[in-house]
Write a new protein. Structure first.
Length: 201
């Protein structure tokens, strides 16, 4: 006897970024982070992201665990497009269509490695490992709750550069999160850190 498929539940959550909304489901979509800013990458690796990019108002798709964060183009209002997107995501997930192809995590990791090509050694290498651990342990879980992600990019003479993704990319309040939250914590825990700056992913 077939197991009864539980219906897909879906609700939306505001994020600190007015241009991004988090679509949360009761199903695991992708155990990892899949961030798509270009339709080409989406077409290659994620049918869900590729189909979402077909809507003229979708600017970025961020898939993580049981949610999808969608960032819209600024010249559209959420009240005009939200209902259509909710129906689309719910039906897509309900039909068990592919979300992200296997192997994408390796591609993301390679892209991140490429972004951090500088090799750090000695004391600086140890310091960077501590920065990475702090971001991984304290920052990422908090940022994920808002539908975003943060990645370490580089460290240079006290300045930590991070990449903001998902709802954090282009979010007005991400600067506050960055300065008051992340920079404050890193400076308290690691006196070598003078500043944290962000690039939008």
């Amino acid at each position: 006897m077939d197991a009864v498929k539980s219906p897909v539940m879906l609700y939306t959550e505001q994020t600190p970024n007015p241009e991004a909304i988090k679509f949360v489901t009761n199903k695991m979509l992708y155990s990892g982070i899949a961030d798509f800013k270009e339709v080409e990458l989406a077409r290659e690796w994620s049918q869900l992201a590729a189909e979402l990019f077909e809507f003229p108002y979708i600017k970025a798709v961020h898939i993580n665990n049981n949610f999808v964060t969608l960032t819209k183009e600024m010249n559209y209002e959420w009240e005009d497009i939200l209902h259509k997107l909710k129906i689309f995501v719910k039906e897509y997930v309900n039909e068990d269509k592919p979300i992200v192809k296997d192997g994408f995590d390796a591609v993301m990791a390679a892209m991140e490695e490429e972004a951090k090509q500088v090799i750090y050694e000695g004391d600086e290498g140890e310091l960077i490992q501590r920065i990475l651990d702090l971001i991984e342990t304290y920052v990422k879980p908090a940022v994920a709750m808002d539908g975003g992600n943060i990645e370490f990019k580089s460290y240079d003479q006290g300045v930590v550069t991070v990449i903001m993704q998902g709802s954090c990319s282009g979010c007005p309040s991400s600067t506050i999160t960055l300065k008051a939250g992340i920079e404050g914590m890193l400076k308290r825990m690691l006196p070598e850190v003078r500043e944290v700056v962000a690039e939008m992913g």
